[in-house]
Design a protein around this ligand. Structure first.
Ligand SMILES: [Zn+2]
Ligand SMILES: [Zn+2]
Length: 251
């Protein structure tokens, strides 16, 4: 396989203060959205991709203020480049694991083989091999918890702890603008609640918290953005599926 044409990333400008960065040579259904929010006093990067190419270098032209980096949760498709940045935050439940580079949690069970050579349409660099892939430890990462506020000067994001997909999954909510960054808690695609660190009962509780969230702009960790109506549909669908009585033959 040949190496990917540079750059490895692709940027879509949503509006003056919002950009979505992706890794177009990685398989579509695992490829995460990396969100860059420009603020008055500082900028906010939500998630960091696989870490197979320097995100910091790639973004340098877009960054002109102090940068706060928040990982929506620990999984490799979101935390890969955290180690490149100075001011990095993750929920306290996953703080130690990212700080130490615990591949078992980061790769969500390496034995499951979530990262494979065939998932790459082009190699990020010459000699890349998925079998050697790992996410670098991020000793500088700081712990955040539910209710903490990430303040950019002209806009602020409240941390909502929404476990279930993983124990430290969070969403970031801007109540004034009614925008919500949902990470892997909810997106318009197959949701994962059977990973090693998933807890379905917690997932249901988290979804119930989102049912009445005032937002008309959901910016998810995967796939396209959606509105409140779609959020309610996705949340309701998940809750109904999980609460449906189990067929006796399966029980
Ligand atoms: Zn995840
Ligand atoms: Zn993900």
């Amino acid at each position: 396989m040949t190496s990917a044409p540079r750059p490895w990333f692709q940027t879509d400008r949503i509006r003056d203060d919002l950009y979505c960065i992706t890794e177009p040579y990685y398989r579509l259904d695992y490829r995460a959205n990396i969100w860059l929010v420009k603020g008055r006093d500082s900028d906010l990067l939500i998630d960091t991709g696989l870490g197979v190419s320097s995100l910091k270098l790639y973004l340098s032209g877009l960054l002109d203020k102090p940068l706060k980096v928040v990982a929506s949760h620990i999984h490799y498709d979101h935390s890969g480049s955290c180690h490149e940045f100075e001011q990095v935050f993750i929920h306290q439940n996953e703080h130690q694991a990212l700080s130490r580079g615990d591949q078992q949690l980061i790769l969500s069970t390496p034995e499951a083989g979530f990262v494979a050579d065939e998932d790459f349409d082009s190699l990020p660099y010459q000699g890349f091999s998925a079998s050697h892939y790992e996410v670098k430890a991020c000793p500088q990462v700081q712990a955040i918890q539910h209710g903490d506020v990430i303040d950019l000067g002209d806009k602020a994001f409240e941390v909502m702890h929404l476990p279930g997909h993983s124990s430290g999954s969070i969403g970031l909510y801007n109540a004034k603008a009614q925008t919500f960054f949902s990470g892997d808690v909810v997106y318009d695609g197959e949701l994962f609640d059977d990973l090693d660190d998933s807890v379905v009962a917690d997932y249901i509780d988290s979804m119930e918290k989102l049912l009445h969230l005032k937002t008309d702009e959901v910016r998810p960790g995967h796939y396209h953005s959606f509105n409140r109506r779609r959020l309610q549909q996705l949340v309701t669908q998940y809750i109904d599926d999980k609460k449906a009585p189990i067929c006796p033959s399966e029980g």
